[in-house]
Design a binder for this molecule. Structure first.
Ligand code: ARG
Length: 500
């Protein structure tokens, strides 16, 4: 009873805002206000003195951000009303009351989300590139580190850790490509769309876009305030990224188990048990795995909120922002944790090499060798090797591949084809080579294969790609910084006129 009562009492005020998201948008809202006011003054919509007074008040507020966010923000319907009220209180109605000329909270909030998200995307791409670099570096150290490759989580064929880590790096390279593509659609300005029907004041939308570091204007004013498709896109990218992270996390969890025993978890990313003194648990990797699910939840929430919403603005759209924020935070921190794992994992290389042979992982290469040396069809060679594997019960890893000498292969080939493979041209040397793990790997030297030469080539190529990607990202960040610095200068210049 009491709980219900308390809830209802608080409902009027608290039910309407999304404080967490508004805290996130606060700094974006300050720059949006500044750019808008500068433009209003330039276009003669408000007077220079009024603009200067508003700008000065915004600078003051910026200095008091922390206290304001903590103490004042919660008392207002949202961040936009809170800031406007502060300005009006400081400079009076005559100047302060003009700040919101020719705009609406609808275009304002859409602009703020885009600015805040753009910052996060730039940071996430940076973190992601550091993860890619860590994977590439770790791969470079492990070109010779032999391990079993798996299909269906069963030993399948031998490979190297370098090849395996580069596979993950390539997935993250695609995540980067997706994020930077989304960035282009995020970094467009809805400002000036006002409630949805733009405005009769002679504003300059291109100018505010430029001052705020946007690449262009989101033209149709109805579209500009209605859409959150850029949020859906961003969170879809996160979902993809988290899926990729969760798969690597899962491998780390498996590899650290005593059944695999491939790695020791780094101290910083392992936790103990409160009862079992010997434990070192992969909790961080488990949380990456779990939080992929939370990000999917955010995506589904956002899609569900936006579905079938009539144009243009509805308050429903406010409910999207906290999910975006949460998904962003999870993705960012998960990438950083994963980088920690990748750089600090201790490898148990001997165990990996031992396991690479278990389960007759060279069976494919043996069949291929029979084909190459004897001219038998692949399916026939496959049957010969399959019957050997069955006999030895390889599913328990009991097949000692050294057993597969020419005599035994002959035995099976007689059963299946009526002929000895040795008479058809199979030599003891070629059998030995087929069964050797390292030559087995190095034979797989076609594009993308695990052979040393190919892995070396991929390593260099991926490093070049990464450097190019990081430059691209850096250029975008630089442009935004430059524009915002320019805006700051313009604001200061206008404030100076107050003192003269
Ligand atoms: N806090 C609101 C949001 O996040 C701002 C826009 C409010 N607009 C309105 N027409 N009520 O969407």
């Amino acid at each position: 009873m009491r709980i219900v009562y308390k809830y209802i009492k608080k409902m009027d005020g608290d039910y309407i805002h999304s404080l967490e998201a508004d805290r996130w948008l606060f700094h974006a809202d300050l720059v949006v206000d500044k750019a808008h006011v500068v433009m209003l003054a330039e276009r003669g919509i408000i007077r220079a003195e009024e603009a200067a007074a508003i700008l000065k008040s915004l600078q003051n507020l910026q200095l008091r951000s922390e206290v304001f966010i903590e103490r004042e923000l919660p008392n207002y319907e949202d961040v936009h009303t809170a800031i406007e009220s502060w300005v009006t209180r400081e400079v009076g109605d005559n100047a302060g009351g003009r700040m919101h000329t020719a705009r609406s909270r609808n275009d304002e909030v859409a602009t703020c989300i885009r600015i805040a998200l753009r910052e996060e995307l730039l940071r996430l791409m940076k973190e992601l590139n550091e993860l890619r670099r860590a994977l590439i570096e770790r791969a470079a150290e492990n070109i010779e580190t032999v391990m079993p490759g798996y299909t269906h989580l069963q030993h399948a064929q031998p490979t190297t850790l370098a090849h395996h880590l580069l596979a993950h790096a390539d997935a993250f390279a695609r995540d980067f490509a997706r994020l930077i593509a989304v960035y282009e659609r995020v970094n467009v300005s809805p400002l000036g769309a006002a409630a949805f029907a733009a405005t009769g004041f002679p504003i300059d939308r291109e100018r505010t876009a430029e001052l705020l570091g946007f690449d262009s204007v989101l033209e149709n004013s109805m579209d500009a305030v209605s859409t959150r498709d850029f949020v859906i896109e961003a969170v879809s990218c996160y979902a993809n990224l988290m899926t990729n992270l969760s798969r690597l996390a899962e491998e780390i969890i498996l590899w650290s188990s005593s059944e695999f025993g491939f790695i020791t978890l780094p101290e910083e990313y392992a936790t103990g048990s409160s009862i079992m003194p010997q434990k070192r648990n992969p909790d961080y990797a488990e949380l990456i795995r779990a939080r992929a699910g939370s990000v999917y939840g955010c995506l589904l929430s956002i899609l569900s909120i936006c579905k079938a919403l009539p144009y243009s603005y509805n308050r429903d759209l406010q409910e999207v922002t906290p999910h975006l924020l949460r998904a962003t935070e999870i993705s960012m921190t998960s990438v950083a944790v994963m980088r920690g794992y990748v750089t600090k994992l201790e490898l148990k290389k001997e165990r990996m090499a031992y396991e690479a042979k278990v389960g007759f992982t060279t069976a494919t290469e043996l069949a291929d060798t029979i084909v190459r040396e004897t001219g038998l069809p692949f399916r026939t060679a496959y049957r010969i090797v399959a019957s050997m594997a069955e006999e030895k019960g390889h599913e328990h890893g009991e097949t000692n591949i050294a057993d597969a000498d020419l005599n035994r292969i002959d035995e099976f080939s007689v059963r299946i084809t009526g002929k000895r493979v040795s008479e058809l041209g199979l030599t003891p040397e070629s059998v030995k080579e087929a069964l050797d793990i390292v030559s087995n790997i190095n034979r797989r030297n076609v594009t993308g294969g695990p052979a040393r030469k190919e892995v070396m080539r991929m390593l260099r190529a991926r490093e070049d790609d990464l450097n190019r990607d990081d430059k691209l990202r850096g250029a975008k960040e630089e442009r935004v910084k430059l524009c915002l610095r320019e805006l700051e200068r313009e604001v200061e210049r206008r404030i100076q006129t107050l003192h003269n």
